[in-house]
Design a protein around this ligand. Structure first.
Ligand code: PLP
Length: 388
C-alpha cells in the first residue's frame, strides 16, 4: 500500500513526517540514511498521552529510542524517563533529566549497573526475584522497589513477560522476602507486551493485578504505586488503528474501574506508542539490478541498520516512493547495503520504477529501529536530524 504523505488522519496509519522536497534538502545537508525526528509530532503525541491518561505519570522508556533529539524534546515537555542501564541513564542525563527522578526498570541488573545508577542518584528500582533482593540488600538497601508481575495480553505482538515478571502466586513470597531483608517495596509494575493492539486487554490484566494487590493488602503490605508499563501501539505497514486518544481513554477508563477506589500513584512507561511515529527514515537507492525479470534495488539502509526492527521487533515497514504522476507500480525486491544476502528489507512492496539516487521514505521508524542498529560490514548506522 502506498500511504499518502502528510494527509490528515481519521484513523491512525503510518505517515511520513516530511515531504520528498524536505527529504532531498536534508539528504543533501546530512547525507543518507537519515532518521528524521519531527519535534511537533513527538510533542503532539506526548500531549495526547498526557491528556488522555489523566493522573498517570509518563516515564518514557528510553530503550525504544535514546536519540538525544527525542530525549531532549520529552524532557522539555516535562515527561519523566525510565532507564535500564547506566548507558541509558547517561543519555537521559545529557538531555536534561535528573537521575533522582528516573525509574530503573531492569528486574535483573548486574551489580555494576545497580551501583552506577544508584551513585548517579536513582532511587526507584524494579525486581522480580529473590536473588535480586540480595543484591539490593547488599549494595543499595535504602532504595524503593516495584515488584514486576508477569502479565501478558492476548493482542500484544511481543510478549514482555516471557523473560521477566513474577507469577502472581510468587507475589506474597517475594513481598515477605523483601520485608525480611528490611527492603521497601512501594508497589507493582507490569508490561502487557509491546504493540498491544486491543486496549481492552488492560482491563483483564488490571483485574488480575488487583487480585495480587488485595492479597498483599491482606498480608499487611501497604502498596502505593502502580506502574502499568508500556505496550501502547504504533501504526506500521498497512495497519490502520484507533487514534491514540481513543486508546488511552480506554486504558484510563479501565484504571478508574479497577483501581479508582485507591489513592495511589499511577505510572506508565510508554516507548513505542510515544516515539515510533515521530521518526521517518530517508534512504537512497544506491544500486539497481534486473534479476530474473524482477527489479532489485539496493538501498543504503538495511536489516543491520534502521530496519533491524524487522528482525528484533517483528514489524514490517511501509516504504514510500515519490510518484506524483501515478506511474505504474511493480513488484520488486528492496535489499540493504551489506554483503549478507539475508539483508533484504522487502520482497512484497509495489513501487514505481526507480533509479540510483532516488529517495525513499519509511515512516514509523522511531522505536526499536535505529536503537538496535549496528555498523556491520563497516557500514555506518543512519545519522539523525530534527525538524520542527
Ligand atoms: C521495553 C519496555 C517498555 C516500553 O515498551 P513499549 O511496548 O515500547 O511501550 C516499558 N517498560 C519496560 C520495563 C520495558 O522493558
Amino acid at each position: 500500500m502506498q500511504t499518502d504523505i502528510l494527509t490528515p488522519q481519521l484513523l491512525r496509519s503510518a505517515q511520513s513526517v516530511l515531504s520528498f522536497d524536505q527529504a532531498r534538502e536534508l539528504g543533501e545537508r546530512h547525507g543518507t540514511p537519515l532518521l528524521v525526528v519531527s519535534k511537533s509530532k513527538l510533542v503532539q503525541t506526548y500531549r495526547t498521552m498526557r491528556d488522555h491518561l489523566p493522573g498517570v505519570e509518563l516515564f518514557y522508556a528510553a530503550k525504544a529510542n535514546p536519540n538525544p533529539f527525542v530525549l531532549q524534546t520529552l524532557y522539555e515537555e516535562g515527561c519523566s524517563v525510565d532507564v535500564c542501564s547506566h548507558g541509558e541513564l547517561i543519555a537521559a542525563k545529557q538531555a536534561g533529566f535528573d537521575p533522582a527522578g528516573m525509574l530503573h526498570t531492569h528486574p535483573c541488573k548486574t551489580r555494576q549497573n545497580l551501583l552506577d545508577c544508584y551513585n548517579e542518584g536513582v532511587r526507584l528500582f524494579v525486581f522480580d526475584n529473590e536473588p535480586e533482593l540480595d543484591k539490593i540488600k547488599t549494595h543499595t538497601p535504602d532504595v524503593q522497589l516495584l515488584l514486576r508481575l508477569a502479565m501478558s495480553a492476548d493482542s500484544s505482538l511481543i510478549n514482555l513477560s516471557a523473560k521477566f515478571g513474577a507469577h502472581p502466586r510468587e507475589v506474597v513470597g517475594l513481598l515477605v522476602a523483601a520485608r525480611s531483608r528490611g527492603l521497601n517495596v512501594k508497589g507493582f509494575s507490569f508490561h502487557v507486551g509491546s504493540q498491544c493492539l486491543n486496549p481492552g486487554d488492560y482491563r483483564r490484566v488490571l483485574e488480575r493485578v488487583r487480585q495480587c494487590w488485595d492479597e498483599a493488602a491482606e498480608m499487611g503490605f501497604e502498596l502505593e504505586v502502580l506502574d502499568i508499563g508500556g505496550g501502547f501501539p504504533a501504526p506500521y505497514r498497512d495497519s490502520e488503528m484507533m487514534t491514540l486518544a481513543t486508546y488511552c481513554d480506554s486504558v484510563s477508563a479501565s484504571l478508574s474501574e479497577v483501581f479508582g477506589d485507591l489513592p495511589i500513584r499511577l505510572i506508565a512507561e510508554p516507548g513505542r506508542g510515544l516515539v515510533a511515529e515521530c521518526v521517518t527514515l530517508v534512504t537512497q537507492v544506491l544500486g539497481k539490478n534486473l534479476r530474473s525479470g524482477l527489479n532489485w534495488y539496493i538501498i543504503d539502509d538495511g536489516i543491520y541498520g534502521s530496519f533491524s526492527g524487522k528482525i528484533f521487533d517483528h514489524v514490517d515497514y511501509n516504504v514510500i516512493a515519490e510518484n506524483p504522476f501515478g506511474r505504474p507500480l511493480h513488484p520488486c525486491v528492496l535489499a540493504g547495503p551489506t554483503c549478507d544476502s539475508s539483508d533484504v528489507v522487502a520482497r512484497d512492496q509495489m513501487l514505481p520504477e526507480m533509479n540510483v539516487g532516488d529517495l525513499l521514505l519509511v515512516p514509523t521508524m522511531g522505536a526499536y529501529a535505529g536503537a538496535s542498529a549496528c555498523p556491520f560490514n563497516g557500514l555506518p548506522v543512519a545519522g539523525s536530524a530534527m525538524i520542527a
